[in-house]
Design a protein around this ligand. Structure first.
Ligand SMILES: [Zn+2]
Length: 142
């Protein structure tokens, strides 16, 4: 007898066995039904948890913001991150990026994200001395 059939007909069958005085068989069937019930409760619990997890992922996805290379997690109050684009897209993982001097680094996949703001600032600092007008070089000596 399959599990589903046992579930559908088990209680009626137990009732019948008891009225026929076949207590041992009834007890055995009741035990099988109990095991099946426990299995269903566990399965139900696992499914509920899965639904909660999926809902959380969907909620999170709504708060994700992509800046062109990294993810940020934003809600009304906070701006968290950044997080690795590769790890999130590939594995659904939120891996916080470590700030280096001129880039962000993912400790999980090793991906490096250039910090465009820091690069621009450094470039601006570097080009500054070149912007100072130099005295003209005399080409022809009098
Ligand atoms: Zn990563």
């Amino acid at each position: 007898m399959s599990k589903k059939l046992l579930h559908a007909t088990g209680f009626g069958r137990i009732h019948q066995l008891i009225t026929e005085g076949r207590d041992d068989e009834a007890r055995e069937l009741l035990k099988a039904l109990q095991d099946e019930y426990i299995g269903l409760v566990e399965e139900n619990e696992a499914l509920k948890n899965q639904i909660i997890e999926v809902a959380q992922v969907l909620d999170m996805a709504e708060c994700m913001e992509f800046d062109g290379q990294k993810y940020w997690l934003t809600d009304d109050l906070r701006h968290k991150g950044p997080y690795c684009q590769l790890c999130y897209d590939r594995d659904g993982l939120l891996m916080r990026l470590q700030k280096q001097q001129r880039h962000w680094k993912c400790q999980c996949c090793g991906n490096v994200f250039v910090d465009t703001k820091a690069v621009k600032e450094t470039a601006a600092k570097r080009s500054f001395p070149a912007a100072v007008p130099r005295p003209p070089i005399p080409l022809f000596m009098k």
